[in-house]
Design a protein around this ligand. Structure first.
Ligand code: HEM
Length: 495
């Protein structure tokens, strides 16, 4: 009865929004508990086909509005105050705290202002050397699989390289994730990412309290992993803060400074920029910085892993695309003498950009995002007309469906990189793998540069072969393939 009364106002406000039949009080709770991450993809297409591109679903007293309509999502995503994230994201909160990804409203706004300069092109340019060096390690690791006839899952290799890259750029620390599989910090990050995915596909374990009751051993394990990760990040922050203070007090030129701690590198990391940042005249506390660095670690390695792995998979299945990519790489960097990576040269890789975008369109690493509506929100929908989304609605943007909308993309399920030469498809609320509006991905240029460097190096050295099973995408906070991302490789000189 309480649920019925508390939802009455919200039901009335949203009665014109279509959606599947929901039982009184229970809503669609029965169907929601039977949905598997794999079935979610086909189910979402069925629902949009049946009800249009904006749908409502009740689960007990919770109202979800799902949309893949560009105009409608723009109204929420570009709104300056509707910035609070849906509760589902809380699953990573014990790890990243209220860093940029999870913080809301005022805290988010202040942090975003401080962190944005850390992703300026002039800073990212310095990371090209890290991308290059760590991808060279990846190339050595891939050599063991490049026999030209055996299919393998490329994702674990990419994941270790992405972990090395993000740890070095975020914290200035070399953790050798690709060559040393026993380092406690990287083992913890890997295990934690796996644990998050495991919990995500079990809706009843999203709540931290229920998770502790139903899976006490896993909860204990999670606590241990988080302790390991936090301890590592805090140690690095303390060390870098001491280094920085020493540097400020003395006349030592940072370039000549020789860090005594093994593994700590000289070039500036994102964390150094945070150490120098101030909020209202006060420096950020170590705990504030820890949250942000852990956010970069969490948001910045699994996403690029997924993007690069799907891109390699798609290129392996399209030899004509692979040849065009190779021709472009040779034209810009030379066939024999290999010129170093520069931002200008990387931005000349126009065809490669189309290929990466088309891969992000078909397989967006973040398949959906959500906002919790904080106060009644007046909207104007191109099909449903004007209306109000009531406060506390969980508003879900289906990036996966938006990027395959037949009304926007001709032959939406086909891999056609050249379609991105058309500027209309690149407008911010149409092409949304990095979201859009004030809370879009702060790391998107970082990710594009990292992927471009990796593609250049891999394709120059190896031919990708269409071996192994096709991908079977499943939806979670991140898009995954149930059977990995299989392909074959052959050294070009051996072709
Ligand atoms: C291909 C790779 C990537 C994709 C597809 C991606 C996608 C996204 C998306 C869709 C969001 C919006 C999330 C939301 O609204 O809930 C987001 C936010 C964010 N991303 Fe990325 N991301 C990628 C790489 C990165 C990298 C490399 C970093 C850091 C180095 C990063 C850091 C962040 C952060 C901190 C936010 C939160 C921004 C805010 O709320 O102000 N991402 N990303």
């Amino acid at each position: 009865l309480q649920i019925h009364i508390s939802t009455k106002y919200r039901r009335k406000l949203t009665d014109r929004i279509p959606g599947p039949f929901c039982y009184p009080i229970l809503g669609c709770v029965g169907e929601a508990t039977t949905l598997t991450p794999k079935r979610l993809i086909s189910k979402s297409f069925e629902m949009y086909e049946l009800y249009g591109h904006t749908i409502k679903v009740w689960i007990l007293d919770k109202l979800f509005i799902l949309t893949s309509n560009a105009d409608f999502m723009e109204q929420i995503l570009s709104h300056p105050t509707q910035t609070r994230k849906i509760r589902l994201y809380n699953i990573i909160k014990p790890w990243v705290g209220e860093g940029l990804l999870l913080s809301g409203e005022k805290k988010w706004y202040t942090r975003r202002k401080i962190i944005t300069p850390a992703f300026h092109f002039s800073i990212l340019e310095k990371f090209l050397e890290v991308f290059d060096r760590q991808t060279s390690v990846l190339m050595d690791c891939l050599a063991e699989r490049a026999d030209g006839k055996t299919a393998f899952d490329v994702m674990p290799y990419i994941c270790s390289a992405a972990l090395d890259i993000i740890t070095e750029t975020a914290m200035g620390v070399d953790v050798n994730a690709q060559t040393d599989k026993t380092m406690p910090y990287t083992m913890a990050v890997r295990e934690m990412s796996g644990l998050i995915t495991w919990r995500l596909v079990r809706a009843y374990l999203h709540d931290e309290w229920l998770f502790s009751i139903l899976c006490p051993l896993k909860k204990l394990r999670q606590t241990k992993l988080i302790t390991t990760m936090h301890k590592f990040t805090r140690n690095v922050i303390e060390k870098r803060r001491r280094d920085l203070e020493k540097y400020i007090k003395s006349d030592i030129n940072m370039e000549n400074y020789d860090p005594d701690n093994i593994g700590i590198r000289k070039h500036k990391a994102l964390l150094d920029l945070l150490l120098q940042a101030t909020i209202d005249g006060n420096p950020m506390s170590d705990e504030d910085i820890r949250e942000e660095v852990d956010t970069f670690m969490s948001a910045g390695h699994d996403t690029t892993t997924t993007a690069l792995s799907f891109t390699l998979y798609l290129v392996s299945r399209h030899p004509e695309v692979q040849q065009k990519l190779l021709d472009e790489i040779h034209a810009i960097f030379g066939e024999k003498s290999v010129e170093p990576f520069t931002p200008a040269k990387l931005s000349d890789l126009k065809y490669m950009e189309c290929v990466i975008k088309e891969s992000l369109r078909l397989y967006p690493p973040v398949p959906f995002i959500g906002r919790e509506i904080t106060e009644d929100f007046r909207y104007s929908h191109p099909v449903l007309g004007d209306g109000i989304i009531p406060a506390s609605t969980q508003f879900i943007v289906s990036i996966f469906n938006a990027l395959r909308a037949p009304s926007i993309y001709d032959r939406p399920s086909e891999f056609i990189p050249d379609r991105h030469r058309e500027s209309s498809l690149n407008s911010p609320f149409i092409f949304v793998p990095f979201s859009a509006g004030p809370r879009n991905c702060i790391g998107q240029r970082f990710a594009m540069l990292e992927i471009k460097v990796a593609l250049c190096k891999i394709l120059r050295e190896y031919e990708l072969l269409p071996l192994g099973d096709d991908v079977e995408p499943i939806l979670g906070i991140l898009l995954r393939s149930e059977n990995g991302m299989q392909l074959g490789m052959r050294r070009r000189s051996a072709a």
